[in-house]
Design a protein around this ligand. Structure first.
Ligand SMILES: [Zn+2]
Length: 257
């Protein structure tokens, strides 16, 4: 067991036994970790109130090399994010992103998930509700790109022919991205995405400013992102927060129709 102090971000927390909590953190030095925070549910605990969802700070850990659950001995919160709970749009997006970080980034031991999550939470926290979805989807793709799993969007995922022009392309999750017309004919399945959506995705992956997208496009992009993540993580556990985010957007569209 050795002590570590690292920048960390609270992505998930749940009660454990009478007085403790189990918290999942994205950290700058150890990647995603699960920690037990003992005694934090006692009213006298200072640490308990610091461990709100999406809060950033310095986590003091005792790392157990042979175990998946480490001990949290202190948490100095430096940045709470109450603004993410100020609207449902922000909260749902942030929750979906936190889930995506935990599921997609769980093998990552660098600080990339931490840094990407901090960036996107801060962007969402000051955004109008109408911009939240695009910022969140863009942040998710950038995270995927930084972890080295960016889908091919500028060239064919199969034969690497440069994809040019505005034509719609087939996006095949299994092949790892967009396909040229030739390869698309041989592939089974896949989803057709318009040229505009492919260019937006390329801008997001590059971290470039992308044009704002409307609700209909946001729904299509959100579905594409979820399908890609599901294909990649390859288990049958549903992405609950992500699905709730998706469902809320469908209901909102129906109500405004
Ligand atoms: Zn091809």
């Amino acid at each position: 067991m050795h002590p570590v102090a690292t920048q960390a971000l609270v992505l998930h927390a749940f009660d454990y036994r009478e007085s403790s909590r189990i918290v999942r953190l994205a950290t700058a030095e150890l990647g995603i970790v699960s920690v037990i925070a003992r005694g934090t549910r006692s009213p006298k605990s200072k640490m308990g109130s610091a461990l709100d969802l999406f809060t950033g700070g310095i986590a003091h850990l005792r790392v157990h090399p042979s175990r998946d659950l480490h001990s949290l001995t202190g948490f100095d919160a430096t940045r709470s994010r109450p603004e993410l709970a100020e609207s449902l749009a922000r909260f749902r997006a942030a929750s979906a992103l936190a889930e995506l970080c935990l599921r997609f980034g769980k093998e990552d031991e660098s600080g990339r998930v931490h840094d990407a999550a901090v960036r996107v939470f801060d962007a969402i926290g000051v955004a109008d509700d109408a911009q939240v979805a695009a910022l969140a989807i863009a942040g998710a793709w950038r995270l995927i790109g930084e972890l080295g799993f960016a889908p091919a969007v500028e060239e064919c995922a199969s034969c690497h022919t440069l994809l040019d022009g505005d034509a719609a392309v087939t996006f095949d999750h299994r092949a790892g991205g967009a396909l040229c017309a030739n390869c698309a004919r041989q592939a089974r399945g896949g989803r057709t995405i318009p040229g505009e959506a492919r260019r937006t995705l390329a801008a997001w992956l590059a971290g470039d400013e992308a044009p704002l997208i409307d609700d209909t496009m946001a729904r299509a992009h959100r579905r594409l992102l979820r399908e890609f993540v599901e294909e990649h993580i390859g288990d049958d556990r549903p992405l609950r927060a992500f699905l709730a985010w998706e469902e809320a957007s469908v209901i909102a569209a129906r109500d405004s129709a």
